[in-house]
Design a protein. Structure first.
Length: 401
């Protein structure tokens, strides 16, 4: 079946609201969506040096994501996509870089405003979806190539796409890039409370007054609050990583919380959600500290289990990770913790499930898949055996407190 590239790209744009540009084999722009009186010139220059790679993601100096799909007879570019709001500064920067005249500023602003805020992982999924639409070929996360600063700023090796936590985004925050408008004092206070595990202080945070002291990022109250809270989650995630939380877990948590933020429009629900997120990160940091009397080997195994909660995990996997035999590690683990390794794996997954049930409104099917249970019914059965409640009963009880 012959693919109609123009209709495919049009369908893609109307499905995701991400601009798409189609170039022929001679790098001449054939069509683009949305169909406006302007378009971004010289986009191909962003991908200089990546001509031989088929599917590429880069990030520019504004920490925006861009994607490229290279086929035999064409090049398709998508973007920009941002983790946070497109500020006036970023919009003006894009207009200057890509020769968009001032007479088109309002139209360009309208295009940017409907582009969804996506994490790196979700942007990759979108790019892979378009690749399959255009080529008919499915590719894995590992087939996506990262160019420019996404590679250069990635100082952590040995983890796949799902464990990347927007290194460019965090690095640019550290360099003072104007991605947000949170006051320095408010940010420092929040960081101290997360690092110290001051749950009481975090529980009292993010009231209406706190929202005012954190600043404003948009014209409307709800959008401003969402933008601010997305940045709060990003900062909390960064703090947790610096205090030893697994990059993979920190990333997936931030992705879940940001999804919840975007799907919520009630101010009270938003404040409760971000408050819960900061408490969640603080509790995880606190749990990273080695308890008195516990050997580093057993603690390392416990941390590996907690960091791999979203993966299939066996006792032998944990023993291999700490470099010990299954029998030796299992014996020492039982001696120091009073439980079997397999029991701890199950309890850790259920504890993660309890957090997700308490702090989010994600469906049970999503949570069971997220925690790698064989089915939703299996998750429900194990959850009840550990807690004495069904997942839905637990969620109802916690939401009523």
């Amino acid at each position: 079946m012959k693919i109609k590239y123009d209709k495919t790209c049009e369908l893609f744009y109307h499905s995701f609201n991400i601009p798409v540009y189609y170039y022929n084999a001679d790098n001449i722009l054939q069509f683009y969506y949305p169909q406006t009186e302007f378009h971004m010139e010289n986009l191909l220059n962003l991908f200089a040096g990546t001509e031989q790679n088929s599917v590429v993601i880069i990030s520019d100096k504004n920490s925006l994501f861009w994607g490229k799909i290279k086929t035999q007879n064409s090049t398709v570019l998508i973007g920009p996509v941002s983790m946070t709001v497109f500020s006036d500064r970023i919009r003006h920067s894009l207009m200057a870089i890509f020769f968009i005249g001032g007479e088109h500023e309002d139209a360009f602003k309208n295009v940017l405003e409907i582009i969804p805020r996506l994490s790196l992982f979700r942007f990759s999924s979108v790019l892979r979806t378009l690749n399959q639409m255009l080529t008919g070929r499915y590719i894995e996360d590992s087939d996506v190539v990262f160019g420019n600063s996404l590679t250069n700023n990635d100082s952590i090796s040995g983890y796949d796409l799902q464990s990347k936590v927007l290194p460019v985004f965090y690095d640019n925050i550290d360099r003072g890039l104007e991605l947000y408008d949170i006051s320095y004092d408010a940010e420092e206070e929040m960081i101290r409370n997360i690092e110290s595990g001051n749950i009481e202080a975090l529980s009292k945070s993010f009231s209406a007054n706190d929202a005012q002291k954190f600043g404003s990022l948009a014209d409307t109250t709800v959008r401003s609050t969402k933008n601010m809270f997305i940045v709060v989650v990003a900062i909390a995630s960064r703090v947790a990583i610096r205090n030893g939380l697994s990059v993979q877990i920190a990333y997936k948590l931030s992705d879940l919380y940001i999804q919840e933020i975007e799907q919520t429009s009630n101010f009270r629900t938003l404040t409760e959600l971000v408050r819960n997120a900061t408490i969640d990160y603080a509790q995880r940091i606190k749990a990273l500290r080695i308890p008195k009397g516990m050997t580093s080997m057993v603690h390392e195994g416990m941390q590996y289990i907690e960091q791999s909660v979203t993966q299939p995990l066996s006792v032998s996997d944990v023993a291999d990770y700490v470099g010990k035999s299954v029998s030796y590690f299992s014996g020492e683990f039982k001696k120091e913790t009073g439980m079997n390794v397999s029991t701890y794996i199950t309890q850790t997954k259920i504890e993660e499930g309890k957090r997700l049930l308490k702090y989010t409104d994600l469906p049970l099917s999503y949570i069971s898949n997220f925690l790698c249970f064989s089915s939703q019914s299996h998750f429900q059965k194990v959850f009840k055996s550990v807690t004495g409640l069904t997942p839905l009963a637990y969620r109802t009880k916690k939401h009523s407190l």
